[in-house]
Design a protein around this ligand. Sequence first.
Ligand SMILES: [Zn+2]
Length: 306
Amino acid sequence: MAKISSRQFDDNLRRRYRRRFGKALDVPAASTRLARKRREEIVELAQAVAGEYCPDGRVEPDQIARAKQITMSFGEYGDSFDGMLEHRAGRYHIFCNVESAGFADSPRARFTLAHELGHYYIDEHRNALAAGRAPMHRSVCEYESRNLAEQEADLFAAHLLLPQERFVDKARSVQPGLAGILSLAETFGTSLTSTAIRYAEANLLPCAAIKWNWNHYAWKKLSSAAFAARYRRTVEAPENLPPDSPTTRALAHEIPPARGYFQAGTTAATWFPRVQEGEFRDIIFLEQAIPLGRWGVLTFLYTQEK
Ligand SMILES: [Zn+2]
């Protein structure tokens, strides 16, 4: 295959994108979930960018930005945003807030840069920015945004930093559960949260990642669709969990053991309100819960039963 320049590569990607979606759609502001087809497109785009600029090992979003002549600055901008992509006279600049995103090579700052690259690479976002329809785009990256453009940029970032094949290969070789997720996060330079989501999506075993803010449930990610259909609802009120469960202990600010997380056996009936005690779906899970500093607690449930 003939070698093409990065510029040609980008133009090709954009053309392909446009063929599938028609001419630039405006990015809807309404809260909604991403359509499956749209998700696939963004995943494909992120993986193509990772493969082009960082074909093996860790993906370095700042290298990609430099290759695209996007300038960057890291500063203290209060707590109003994590990152911001600015467009002026054909040039792009990323502001990364070290107060909220941490030092330049932290997983959070890397995710912020990757998220801003998402706004650059996703046609509709970049076009909206270039046309002045989204002049001062401020991003807050914590997977909790209901804004479609933010969800798209988060999805791009997760798949840029954790490209599917590389990630699944590595994930198969580590221990199941949080032990493995911690080591994957170290390898890929990603946050525990984004690594846990991708681990559940990779569907290596039946599992669920559940995120709590310090005082309430935030979101969950279940592994395969079949698993999700079988278990669907999870406990969302921490007071409905047993008082000595790993999650309750982590939410009570207890100090975890040296490995960094609490762990204990539990049952499906404890965690999934629609499962009756003793019925066929009431299988044994391992429950692990890890404090995430100011971001709350992440619970990881998995089973090695079929
Ligand atoms: Zn954003």
